[in-house]
Design a binder for this molecule. Structure first.
Ligand SMILES: Cc1ncc(COP(=O)(O)O)c(C=O)c1O
Length: 375
């Protein structure tokens, strides 16, 4: 039975289905018009139903950030999964178990010793993984620098290995989140693509076959001019977007699909503050676009219909969220028990705090979708 936003428990996640569908369509269009495959990163939502919307019309390939996600999605019919965090030996046996359940589980490394150990383990387990080499296109988080010796040695080793296959090269332009303008995002997007296309050409020139060149973040894939030479894209956050992406210019605020429903638990006219039941555990403490908007706090405060009240979630403790109302307008209107919605700074981090989504369509909660958390 459908329920209203006044009937469900707080704090909880509200997912606007219409926006999820249009965000999915937007990136499908980028993939279709550039003739690339789409392998969305499902770490943003960790939800089977959302992944089905994202992959509908494509081959069902997905990217995950934990082996728990890989296991859960494999159990729900997803059979081509890239685990896009560098593998380490402590996870070989779990990865093998998932592979043996009938899933094409693709792995990632930037470490020659690990590639060698994986080749050996795959030989023993009978699990011929496809393995990507992670290239650092400027984020400097993980990956090998494209002009380093290792950017050739590791692909060569995997290509020649007996028990694993070279899947290709993969990068993620995480530094697109540090951009201050859309022009800067566009420059990072071109660089992400060009570095990878050039590196693939270099490897091919040395006789190393490169089956797949894989790139993609939400800011870069929303602003890329063309994808010549790229085989697949892996954006993730775009399916929900959030306060960070809208402030950065990847989308508009009307595209953001995820909010946290919360209730007022205290009001204090003297100190001009409203306290809600969405604290750090319900929101995450991600500072989001603080570099672009120093007043962003921990999220934008919306009314029940989703309109921006102009207030921000200014501080958080575990179960309390404090909103400061400078002009008293809302403070006078609200009472304990009234409800507000918070547009989070970083939807991936916020979603990962919860067990399920309340799916909103035409102003009513029409469904409950599970979130598959864990490692
Ligand atoms: C390896 C990898 N691929 C793809 C993504 C998706 O990026 P975004 O959430 O910016 O779309 C991420 C995000 O962290 C990632 O780490």
């Amino acid at each position: 039975m459908n329920r209203s936003l006044k009937e469900i428990k707080t704090p909880s996640l509200i997912l606007e289905l219409g926006r999820v569908r249009s965000n999915a369509a937007r990136i499908k269009n980028v993939a279709h018009s550039n003739k690339t495959r789409l392998r969305p990163h499902i770490k943003t939502h960790k939800c089977i139903q959302v992944a089905r919307i994202q992959t509908e019309g494509f081959d069902g390939a997905i990217t995950v950030s934990t082996l728990a996600e890989a296991r859960a999605f494999a159990a729900n019919g997803f059979s081509d999964i890239t685990y896009a965090v560098p593998i380490e030996p402590g996870k070989f046996s779990t990865a093998s178990e998932i592979f043996r359940s009938g899933v094409k589980l693709n792995l990632l490394t930037d470490d020659l010793a690990t590639a060698k150990a994986l080749d050996e383990a795959a030989g023993t387990a009978g699990t011929p993984f496809d393995v990507f080499v992670k290239i650092d296109c400027g984020t400097h988080r993980v990956g090998v620098e494209p002009d380093s010796e290792m950017a050739i040695m590791i692909p060569r080793f995997i290509s020649d290995a007996k028990n694993i296959n070279f899947a290709g090269i993969l990068t993620h332009a995480g530094h697109s989140y540090d951009a201050k303008t859309v022009e800067e995002i566009k420059a990072v997007a071109r660089h992400e693509r060009d570095v990878m296309v050039e590196h693939a050409a270099k490897l091919r020139g040395m006789g190393i076959e490169v089956p797949t060149v894989s790139i993609g973040s939400t800011p870069t894939m929303n602003h890329i001019d063309h994808l010549e030479g790229i085989d697949e894209i892996r954006p993730g956050n775009y399916i929900f977007f959030d306060n960070f992406q809208a402030t950065l210019g990847s989308c508009s605020f009307e595209d953001t699909a995820l909010t946290v429903l919360s209730a007022v638990i205290h009001r204090d006219i003297t100190h001009r503050k409203i306290v809600i039941d969405a604290g750090g555990i319900a929101m995450s403490k991600d500072r989001g676009p603080v570099g672009l908007d120093p007043t962003c706090g921990y999220g934008r405060v919306l009314d029940l219909e989703g309109n921006d009240t102009g207030m921000r979630l200014t501080s958080l403790s575990q179960e309390h969220g404090v909103i400061t109302d400078e002009d008293d307008g809302w403070l006078n209107k609200l009472k304990v028990g009234d409800r507000l919605r918070i547009l989070a700074n970083h939807s991936c981090m916020t979603a990962a705090q919860h067990t399920h989504y309340n799916v909103l369509e035409n102003g009513e909660i029409v469904d409950r979708w599970e979130i598959h958390r864990g490692w």
